[in-house]
Design a protein around this ligand. Sequence first.
Ligand SMILES: Nc1ncnc2c1ncn2[C@@H]1O[C@H](COP(=O)(O)OP(=O)(O)OP(=O)(O)O)[C@@H](O)[C@H]1O
Length: 542
Amino acid sequence: MDGYQMMEMLSEEFHRICLGSSKKRSALYSTGCEKVNGCTNSDDVNVDVNGVQEFSPGQGQVLPILEKVIHLSTTVQELKRQHSTLSGEMSGLKTSFFADTEVINALQHLSEDHERLRLKFLKVSSERKQLYNEVVELKGNIRVFCRCRPLNMVEIGNGLGSVIEFDPSQDHELQVNCSDSSKKQFKFDHVFKPEDNQEAVFAQTKPVVVSVLDGYNVCIFAYGQTGTGKTFTMEGTEGNRGVNYRTLEELFRAVEDRRGIMRYELSVSILEVYNEKIKDLLVDSSDEPPKKLEIKQAAEGTQEVPGLVEIRVYSTAEVWEILRSGSRARSVGSTSANELSSRSHCLLRVTVKGENILDGHTTRSHLWMVDLAGSERVGRIDVEGDRLKESQFINKSLSALGDVISALASKTAHVPYRNSKLTHMLQSSLGGDCKTLMFVQVSPSAADLGETLCSLNFASRVRGIENGPARKQADVSELFKYKQMVEKLKQEEKETRKLQDNLQSLQLKLGAREHAYKSLQEKVWTNLLYGYSLSTSVSWRC
Ligand SMILES: Nc1ncnc2c1ncn2[C@@H]1O[C@H](COP(=O)(O)OP(=O)(O)OP(=O)(O)O)[C@@H](O)[C@H]1O
């Protein structure tokens, strides 16, 4: 029972007792009713002239009533005292609250500042996005990196030397020593030497992958002969993680960085294209035959694969396991796991849903990371039966990919996406505003010279059409200017975020004070009302 309920009960009790007492007095003095003989205990009964019995306190009850009256008077006094203390507290709080005009004014200013900064931030964000996009575009929407693996133990043991030379002053060039003693020069957007590690590779890749958070579709693929390091570059190993894992790690980092401004949802799918059939690598197909997956055109013009598993990911910790399980499923059912892996295209798709908290703008974009099938020519492998069929499918899809990239780079009206499952699936992420990055992987071994030249020629065609030397020359100074602008905008973005945090904490403080004030006010009013009614009742009844 709380204080108010107790007061209420006491008030009723008091009222009942007083009413009984007053009725008794009236009966005694105005109607002349007589006390019934023999009724001497405390529950005396009076009988009026009409024979109606009425409860009335006898002499033995007067004392308890008086005691109760005294007790109630004390309670009322106590309540009055509490009320006056609370009133005092309330008026003190009222004074301090309203006297604190500085805080109120500061909050008003902050509120205005917040609105101004919010608008500025939206403008700056959209400029940043635009500039960032321009920077990536200036570098080329289709970019080609070349990575050369080190000679392996077998090659060294066989006394094979490297046919590839790197000029230390040229990050973008390599030279191949041909068998006829001639030299062939190749130029790419970046060349990674055998000693370049996974960090160095990702440092160059990062600007492209982050575009997916701004709503751009991105496609990265590793192309090259079997054993040249496509899987090493894309997947890597537990202690030497590749582009796939590092990309997700970077995306989580950037998502955290943009918290409070953008809300993101990241999910991953892993699939394989083998002999022009799509297989979901995140489905356990050991129990039942795998579901047939097809590419469908969605209403908004994007390509979707209905039924493809998408796993929502929240942190890098769970990503590695998902990537490993996808990779394990890739080799299931193969008599020679490594060979099958090189005969299929493995695709990791990251779907990013973004929402700008400030203006409600939403985006949905895909980032594809593709470990392509080995590009070696049919002549070098077994050309009978299933292997011949596999090789034909691989050749067909790789040349379809080459055709698509060439068509995009030369801006022809028709882009032949539908010539293979691979290019059809990647349609929404190749061309237009999308960023494409190709890793051409090569072996330095003299034994692989022919394949190395084939891969480098293919990659040069992909790159050459898009980035003519004249355009690249003109872009360098512009690029520098844009880089500086992007840095400045990033700084402004940081400051805006800091101000927003300050405003938020001030708003919280104000809310807490308002709440305390309101609850105190309520308490005072309730006490005032109950105390007043009780005191009135007591003084009136007494
Ligand atoms: N840059 C590198 N540094 C060190 N080791 C490398 C590098 N690139 C490749 N390797 C090693 O070479 C071997 C073959 O690499 P990997 O399996 O990645 O080639 P691949 O092109 O994906 O082959 P496949 O087409 O069969 O899938 C692996 O043992 C890998 O660790």
